[in-house]
Design a protein around this ligand. Structure first.
Ligand SMILES: C[S@@+](CC[C@H](N)C(=O)[O-])C[C@H]1O[C@@H](n2cnc3c(N)ncnc32)[C@H](O)[C@@H]1O
Length: 279
């Protein structure tokens, strides 16, 4: 917030923060300007000051401005290459480690989960890789987002077919069902052990730990560099030694956080926390 020079914009951000708890000031400057301008155009506001006044006059505008920042676009198995590596390398390596150490708790966090497409994709992979062994593990998949409305939909698990276009046929047959109104529903097998929780990645503080796999994809692109650095630090702390962090295809770690991780599968943006401290 200190970096924002325009007093009208600061006032607007403060207003939205105190009303909704969401701190727009932590997003990138260019992103703030773009997102706000979409709302301002709709209402015909020429300045941040006039938009701030309009917020009070339009009861649902606070929700709309927050919606404009939390773009919920996602799909199952988004970026096939990353999911292929997760399925063929990452999950088998995690499982092999669990078997060899006898520690059978396996925890995944989908941070910025949108409508649940990411966490349900991982759930399908876990069932596929583990097969009959699935029940011999204590599996927990946490999926968090700042947007409560979208998480409600995630819990229902109903999707337009297009969002499952990357799902292979055998997975569709095993894990989903077509509904009479043309949607696709994920079944209870996939939903098992998945918990959705409201969590603000900017102001939420540390989430707690012991994760074997954290996915935070296509979320941090909107965050400022200091915010990104803080968040990646939280992910590092939340991972078990040897745990994996997956970020989006077009995203990068910050220069100083990169040094803390091992690039396990660099092209797919999959990083690993070292087994032992590097320093
Ligand atoms: C583009 S979606 C990414 C969904 C999924 N991870 C993927 O890669 O397909 C971005 C998600 O991040 C969430 N988000 C944005 N800012 C957030 C914040 N501060 N805390 C938690 N979630 C946030 C949005 O609500 C949205 O659901």
């Amino acid at each position: 917030m200190e970096n924002i020079a325009d007093p009208e914009l600061r006032n607007l951000i403060r207003k939205v923060h105190s009303r909704t708890g969401i701190d727009l000031g932590q997003y990138k400057d260019s992103y703030i300007a773009r997102r706000l301008s979409t709302r301002m155009k709709v209402l015909g506001a020429m300045t941040y000051g006039s938009y701030a006044r309009m917020l009070d006059a339009h009861a649902d505008e606070y929700d709309k401005v927050v919606d404009a920042f939390t773009i919920n676009v996602s799909e199952f198995f988004r970026d096939r290459d990353a999911y292929r590596v997760i399925r063929e390398k990452v999950i088998p390596a995690i499982v092999a480690d669990k078997v060899s150490t006898g520690r059978r708790s396996l925890r995944v966090w989908s941070a910025g989960c949108a409508c649940g497409e990411e966490v349900y994709s991982i759930s399908m992979i876990l069932h596929d890789v583990l097969g009959k062994e699935y029940d011999r593990f204590a599996i927990r998949l946490y999926a968090t987002d700042i947007d409560d409305a979208i998480m409600k939909r995630a819990q229902e698990g109903l999707y337009d077919p297009v969002s499952l276009k990357n799902v292979e046929k055998s997975f569709l047959e095993r894990f989903t069902k077509a509904t009479p109104d043309g949607k696709i529903a994920v079944n209870d097998t996939v939903k098992r052990n998945v918990t959705f929780r409201h969590y603000d990645l900017i102001n939420g503080g540390p989430f707690g730990g012991y994760f074997d796999l954290i996915l935070c994809r296509n979320v941090m692109i909107y965050f400022s560099e200091p915010q990104k650095k803080k968040l990646i630090g939280h992910f590092f702390d939340a991972l078990n030694p040897g745990g994996y962090l997956v970020i989006g295809k077009t995203e990068t770690l910050t220069a100083d956080t990169r040094a803390a991780f091992i690039p396990a599968y660099g092209l797919e943006r999959i990083y690993r926390k070292p087994e032992r401290s590097l320093v």
